[in-house]
Design a protein around this ligand. Structure first.
Ligand SMILES: [Zn+2]
Length: 333
């Protein structure tokens, strides 16, 4: 009789160092009751959390992954697993609700369904908890029940309450190794130079690169570049461009903006090549001001990604007006 296999979730190839760090903690019985997986978004931290949950819940895991055969593995790591909970903002909401966090107190008081088994809670992104929700979570963190592991996933851990951070063991995830990310993406998009370009455009974040590919994001970026050039050449005003781009996903737009500014900075400070032809028009802008604009872009991007309610039109208009002012000052000087 064929054994029915479930496909276990495994960590990405670029996460093996973190995976081995955890293995050492598990093997020596020092796995803490709360982990914080911290690092930039779109590099696979949530998948890592799920791989860890699958591994800890599996009845006969190998060194690297869950077995894919046992009862627990057949539940898969989703809402159906009785010893697994995932907490994230509900559909259409930006923040995690306080009731969602309160329900954890019951969950962690229950016994695991397997003798001496673990229960796992994954909260993502942890910065989607406001101060009240975070305080409700503190209760669970302060009185951990045996066998419950809390895994907080955060793209901007500096925004978490210090009292939350200090109760978790932090596992840092940086921008993945370029070679590993590239070979993973090449398998997906089927072309080396395309994979390379997508990763360049997304700051080396593989999942953002894949999404850019799926959304035809490179063509969108060409459109944004063309808009910027039209404004620079006086064919359109900053307000017109802002208006034309208003229907675009703002985080995606700011991703493009920051990626281009980063490229321009690297060109100015380290003579690295400019990918986008159009941006050659801006190479003579003062590098300090370019860096400053980039910093602002990154802050805005983080705010939008966090769900802060900002006026999109106003932000875009200001961004483009300021950029034009910068270009005109340069031309006048
Ligand atoms: Zn298993």
């Amino acid at each position: 009789m064929a054994v029915l296999m479930a496909e276990p979730v495994v960590a990405y190839s670029w996460q093996m160092n973190q995976w081995q760090d955890l293995q050492r903690l598990i093997e020596s019985g020092r796995l803490p009751h709360a982990l914080l997986l911290a690092g930039p978004d779109s590099i696979g931290k949530l998948r890592f959390a799920k791989a860890l949950a699958g591994f800890l819940l599996c009845e006969s895991p190998s060194k690297l992954a869950a077995c894919g055969e046992c009862r627990s593995c057949h539940f898969q790591i989703d809402a159906s697993h009785p010893d697994y909970r995932e907490i994230c903002p509900e559909e259409g909401k930006r923040q995690i609700g306080i009731d969602q966090v309160r329900s954890l107190q019951n969950f962690s008081a229950q016994h695991a369904h397997r003798d001496n088994g673990k229960k796992i809670v994954v909260i993502h992104p942890a910065e989607a908890m406001n101060v009240f929700t975070a305080n409700a979570l503190l209760k669970t963190l302060e009185e951990p029940s045996a066998g419950t592991l809390l895994v907080l996933v955060s793209h901007s851990s500096s925004q978490l309450l210090p009292t939350i951070r200090s109760r978790c063991v932090q596992l840092r995830f940086g921008i993945p190794d370029a070679g590993l990310a590239e070979s993973w993406l090449r398998d997906y998009v089927g072309d080396q130079s395309l994979a390379n370009k997508l990763l360049m455009e997304t700051g080396g974040r593989p999942l953002a690169a894949r999404q850019t590919f799926e959304n035809d994001g490179l063509a969108l970026r060409d459109r944004y570049d063309a808009g910027l050039l039209a404004m620079y050449e006086g064919r359109k005003t900053a307000l017109q461009i802002a208006d034309e781009l208003l229907d675009q996903e703002i985080v995606q737009l700011l991703d493009w903006w920051c990626a281009r500014l980063m490229e321009l900075s690297r060109y100015q400070l380290a003579s690295q090549p400019l990918q986008s032809e159009i941006w050659h028009s801006f190479k003579a802008l003062p590098s300090k001001l370019v860096m400053h604009t980039l910093q602002r872009g990154l802050e805005l991007r983080a705010s939008f990604a966090r769900g802060v309610a900002l006026n999109k039109r106003l932000i875009l208009e200001t961004l483009f007006l300021e950029w034009m002012a910068l270009c005109q000052n340069r031309a006048a000087s």
